[in-house]
Write a protein that binds this ligand. Structure first.
Ligand code: ADP
Ligand code: MG
Length: 726
């Protein structure tokens, strides 16, 4: 067998099942061990400093710089007790990953070393902003950017380094990360939501968002992974014939977890628990070697930070097990890809989940106000929301027959849907009617709404699941912050308008309940096209969604154009989340990232075909040629007729594919070069998304056909059946 593949397979079979991160005792004993939470903080600083941090965490109060030195010293003491030697600001640049730059807790004076961690270093670091995606907001010659501590997320220790969750902004103040707009969107949402809740309850001052992020992923043996340059370079297989058996027997979902993976899971859970991540569930997913884990939901900023950490922890722990975690959205053709389901709800500072149907008519009126506002927001900005999941990786998955469709729709479940239908059929509630409470009769008639929890629709992009919405289209490797801040902002806009419309009706003399009901009805009616209860994968929905004017994400580069639409720019600006130049920067970055990633994939597929596939094909061609020649020597011309027609046929096919693949790789290089000459990034991205991608598909087809024709012993790359089954 080809040496490389054989070695990888041998190594893979020698990798055993062990535990490396074992903690004694129940989880409660070591949960949060590596996090400096408020409780621990009290022991390391004065009351004044502690209270300053507390105010900053609880109410977002600005931290007094005068106290920063003391807070930093306390943190350093704790961190050193825990064995840390370095600190870093940890931020989330526009790369879907995290960034860190470690500095030692040390200073030197007169040749002597002193432990040191200044308040100024806690509060602010200065990474070179030009080395991160900045969409033209920073030029290299004025590259300063700031990362600043975000006290709403606690500091923690990972691998001997004190990590300080931070925001990342340009010297001139523009956001260069996903956290700043997310914090701003929460502010906008809180204000707008409180103003709507105040129609029913005066005591509510603020709301927050809760998120539960389900994470899907694949696990592959490290040696096999390393033997495939495509997995190493791009996170997915750019060639590879499907395995005879993959997920068709539906035997993997919720199946017994392979023991090697089980030990790995227990190990990464242990490490995650120490970081205070509330991991709750683990199970096999649909595709072979695909799994899922989910934490208990919590405050959205924390949930996002923790999901980012979880992805790092999983990959680090996997190394010890000689495993690789694949977070790519579509690592293997022909089997399901991986997503990250975002369970999203809004809760008041008094602890009420605003997406939970109430027990009384008024509570239901409040619930309906929020539900209607979310519906309207998702309807109005459906394409923008979908564009937040339009990444190269996700483009291989969305709109297939597995992941959510590439078009937005909201699933409510039959109970709620019927409520909405009757609300829409209601005539406008008039003042006279409102006196006998006709307006809320409908609400009265359903004193308690029990949405059917089993009434799940897994083909919907945005599904209501009883007390929250589940946005199911986010890609497995993405930072969900972008989808979340777009959703928050859109909902904030709708809620603001909701309140304004109710106020206007009240000012015109309408009773509050009637006014609210009228606006609910108006919002639901306006947004009716976004509601869909059927099968989101069906042809019927594809046609129906087009008829309703809902745009599907067909092409990633095209989807980004939504950032140029006035409605988008106005939304972000009006809600104080992103200024127009920040939106433009994001547009540039999205296109650039798309082009760069696709460029890497195109190069990798070219290399693999020229350096691995064609040489293997030629070797096998020679074997066939020798065989045919030998048969001819023995049997003469009769050999062609009777004894080697199948070898000749195979030889012809191989020769055809070899020729085709080499000319297609050439054409692929040309397509890339041509696209690279296009100055405007958005146009370049479009050329990549069409011409380059089309050529890649062609190349792959020949390579995958060759894989089926060539002697298995000679094929140099681990095959799907080897990668996908433990
Ligand atoms: P399923 O796969 O059936 O959707 P999981 O248990 O895997 O369910 O994940 C559901 C996620 O939703 C969990 O992270 C859970 O904590 C979260 N969740 C539950 N209630 C809420 C809520 N009110 N707000 C936000 N997330 C929630
Ligand atoms: Mg789940």
């Amino acid at each position: 067998m080809a040496i490389f593949r054989q070695r990888a397979l041998n190594e893979a079979s020698s990798h055993g099942t062990s535990r490396f991160y074992h903690e004694d005792g129940p989880v409660s004993k070591y949960f949060g061990l590596n996090v400096l939470d408020l409780d621990k903080m009290r022991k390391y600083m004065s009351q004044e400093a502690y209270e300053a941090v507390l105010a900053s965490v609880k109410d977002g109060a600005k931290l007094d710089r005068g106290l920063a030195n003391e807070i930093a010293a306390g943190m350093m003491t704790w961190a050193m007790e825990m064995g840390a030697t370095h600190y870093t600001h940890l931020f989330q640049p526009l790369t879907d990953s995290t960034a860190e730059k470690h500095e030692a807790f040390i200073s030197f004076k007169n040749g002597k070393a002193f432990e040191k961690f200044n308040g100024s270093a806690l509060v602010q670091q200065e990474p070179d902003a030009s080395s991160f995606p900045n969409g033209g907001l920073r030029n290299t010659f004025e590259a300063r950017g700031y990362s600043a501590w975000d006290p709403s997320s606690p500091v923690f220790i990972m691998d001997g380094t004190l990590c300080i969750p931070s925001v990342f902004v340009a010297y001139t103040g523009e956001a260069l990360d996903t956290k700043v707009p997310n914090l701003k969107s929460l502010h906008a949402l809180s204000e707008a939501a409180a103003s709507v809740v105040n129609l029913f309850d005066e005591n509510v001052k603020a709301v927050k968002v809760n998120l539960g992020i389900e994470q899907e992923y694949f696990v592959v043996d490290e040696s096999l992974y390393n033997a495939r340059m495509d997995l190493r370079m791009t996170g997915r297989t750019v060639i590879g014939h499907t395995s005879a058996k993959d997920q068709q027997l539906e035997d993997h979902y919720f199946g017994a977890i392979p023991s090697r993976v089980n030990s790995f899971m227990k190990d990464f859970e242990t490490e995650a628990y120490k970081l205070g991540i509330l991991l709750m569930t683990r199970h096999n997913e649909v595709a072979p070697n695909q799994f899922e884990c989910a934490p208990v939901f919590c405050d959205s900023i924390k949930a996002i930070d923790q999901n980012m950490m979880l992805m790092i922890v999983m990959q680090k722990v996997a190394e010890r097990h000689h495993l690789k975690v694949i977070l790519h959205e579509k690592p293997f053709d022909g089997v399901n890809g991986s997503g990250k389901h975002c369970n999203w709800s809004i809760v008041t500072d008094t602890g009420v989940n605003l997406l939970s149907p109430g027990k009384t008519p008024t509570k239901n009126l409040q619930f309906l106000s929020f539900y209607a506002s979310v519906l309207r927001a998702v309807h109005k900005h459906n394409y923008l929301l979908m564009s937040t999941v339009a990444t190269l990786g996700n483009s291989y998955r969305l709109g297939g027959d597995e992941a959510p469709p590439a078009v937005m729709s909201v699933f409510s479940g039959s109970t709620l849907y019927d409520v909405f239908k009757s609300i829409m059929e209601m005539d406008e509630v008039t003042e006279s009617e409102s006196s006998n409470l006709e307006s809320i009769k409908i609400v009265n008639s359903i004193p308690e709404i029990f949405p059917d929890n089993t009434d799940r629709n897994r083909t919907s992009t945005f599904a209501f699941t009883g007390n929250r919405f589940e946005f199911r289209a986010v890609g497995a490797s993405q930072n969900v912050a972008t989808s979340v801040y777009v959703l928050n902002t859109a909902v904030a806009e709708s809620l603001r308008e909701f309140r304004a419309e109710v106020d206007a009706l009240e000012a015109a003399g309408e009773e509050r309940a009637a006014a609210v009901m009228n606006v609910v009805r108006k919002f639901i009616t306006e947004a009716r096209d976004i509601m869909f209860e059927g099968n989101g994968y069906s042809k019927e929905w594809e046609l129906e969604s087009q008829r309703r004017g809902l745009r599907a994400i067909k092409n990633v580069a095209e989807a980004y154009e939504v950032y140029h639409e006035p409605q988008t720019i106005e939304l972000f600006d009006k809600m104080g989340v992103l200024a127009p130049n920040e939106v433009e920067a994001r547009f540039e970055i999205l296109n650039e990232t798309y082009v760069k990633k696709l460029q890497i994939e195109a190069r990798v597929i070219g290399d693999m075909c020229l350096n691995h596939v064609i040489p293997a094909a030629v070797k096998y061609q020679n074997v066939l040629i020798e065989n045919i020649k030998g048969l001819k020597d023995i049997f003469g011309d009769e050999a062609y007729m009777n004894y080697c027609s199948s070898e000749i046929d195979t030889l012809k096919q191989i020769s055809t594919y070899v020729n085709r693949i080499s000319s297609d790789v050439q054409a692929l290089v040309e397509a890339r070069k041509k696209a690279n000459r296009i100055e405007a990034i958005a146009e370049r991205a479009k050329a990549y998304s069409q011409d380059v991608k089309d050529m890649m598909d062609k190349v792959r087809l020949s390579a995958d056909n060759l894989e089926m024709l060539i002697d298995d012993e000679m094929w140099p790359l681990p095959k799907y059946r080897e990668l996908l089954f433990f």
